[in-house]
Design a protein around this ligand. Structure first.
Ligand code: GDD
Ligand code: MG
Length: 365
């Protein structure tokens, strides 16, 4: 018998990444950029996932795209720079998560496909998930994690042998805090069995259907780092966890610390950059400002004395002197006048110009 290492196994697995969603909860950042391409710890979010896929030994990647489909190919091309071979499949009308998986079927090369939600930051051992699938001779294996509040996710109870009992997508009273982590291993023939050419949700239709048909669906539970990047607070937390090395990315080996600043940006004296802050290309950070636990995209200007906490600042934004920003999302090219205070989940739309004023903006102001 030939002994297969995890890596040789992974080389014969297709990676499929679902990146067609609209990223509604991250508006206005996703008005111009699809969610998986937003800068996170100095790279588009998807680059971190692709690097993990490559490191696990997979080579062939299919991206299921729809919303702003062209952006992905423009950036990643054929994938050779990452040591991958990337193909792109475009849904003219979004087909839903199940439809997207079915839609890439004729690009699959192997008997096993590992499917990823394109907005999950995870430290899971992908080889271990593949092993659970292959050794358990499963039709489908789901990566599962425990979270404090499972209501926003798919709740997935399993029995003592790890067999999935139910799949309950976003319910008010989930039976378990064990949730779908957004990474699945499929036998290729199971993908062939999904209805083609119509909108279908893998969570609401395909998984419940497989379970009622008696398919062998296994759960692989672990306690690795895990975060869905879909909401602003999670996006900021995920990016800062990457910068600080709390979440792992092969792209950041040897570069983790309190902040990550692109070499093309200028940081004046007396500036404090902490909490896993990342600063993109061509930013100018003025004297005496403090930026804590925040993500600044490219070309952001922060004038002296400003304080930014827990926020996402899109490309080309200008933040005036002595501004205070906390828990906010500032859209591309907006300008925040000197001495303004913004807090409590405020979202400033792209190009908006708030004059110098010292006015305080908060949801209850
Ligand atoms: N190609 C394509 N077409 N991709 C899609 C489509 C589509 O129609 N709809 C969504 N996607 C992609 C999104 O881009 C994202 O990467 C992924 O599928 C999941 O969509 P989200 O919109 O982020 O779903 P969610 O976070 O509410 O819930 C999902 O993820 C949770 C874990 O993060 C579900 O799978 C839950 O069960 C799960 O717990
Ligand atoms: Mg999500």
């Amino acid at each position: 018998m030939v002994e297969h290492t995890t890596e040789t196994r992974a080389a014969e697995v297709d990676a499929v990444i679902l990146v067609g969603g609209q990223g509604t909860r991250l508006r206005p950042l996703t008005v111009s950029t699809p969610k998986p391409m937003l800068p996170t710890a100095g790279h588009p979010f998807l680059s971190h996932l692709l690097a993990r896929i490559a490191k696990a030994g997979m080579r062939h990647v299919v991206l299921g795209t729809s919303y702003k489909a062209e952006v992905f190919e423009e950036y990643f091309g054929d994938g050779s720079e990452l040591g991958l071979e990337i193909e792109y499949v475009v849904e003219e009308e979004a087909l839903g998560t199940g439809g997207a998986i079915r839609n890439v079927y004729d690009r699959l090369r192997y008997d096993t496909a590992m499917v990823f939600n394109g907005d999950v930051l995870s430290g899971a051992d992908l080889g271990a998930i593949l092993n659970t699938h292959i050794e358990g001779d499963a039709d489908v294996t789901l990566h599962l994690v425990r979270v404090p509040d499972p209501r926003a996710f798919g709740s997935v109870p399993t029995d003592a042998e790890g067999r999935v009992l139910e799949f309950l997508e976003k319910t008010e009273d989930p039976p378990t805090d064990q949730i779908n982590a957004g990474c699945y291993v499929f036998k290729r023939e199971v993908i062939a069995g999904i209805d083609a050419g119509r909108v279908i949700s893998v969570e609401r239709e395909v998984f419940p259907g497989l379970l009622s048909d008696g398919a062998r669906v296994l759960g692989h539970v672990d306690s690795s780092y895990w975060r869905d990047m879909g909401r602003p607070s999670d996006f900021v937390q995920g990016s800062s966890d990457l910068v600080r090395g709390i979440a792992y990315s092969p792209l950041l080996e040897g570069k983790t610390g309190e902040s990550l600043v692109d070499a093309s940006s200028g940081v004046s004296g007396g500036v404090i950059l902490v909490g896993g802050t990342s600063i993109g290309r061509g930013c100018v950070i003025g004297a005496g400002s403090r930026i804590d636990d925040s993500v600044l995209f490219d070309g952001v200007t922060v004038e002296p004395g400003a304080v930014v906490r827990n926020s996402i600042i899109a490309a080309g934004v200008r933040i005036g002197a002595n501004v205070r920003i906390q828990d906010c999302v500032i859209g591309e090219g907006a300008s925040i006048g000197a001495r303004c205070e913004l807090e409590g989940g405020m979202r400033v739309w792209p190009g908006v110009n708030i004059p110098d004023s010292g006015v305080r903006f908060s949801p209850d102001a």
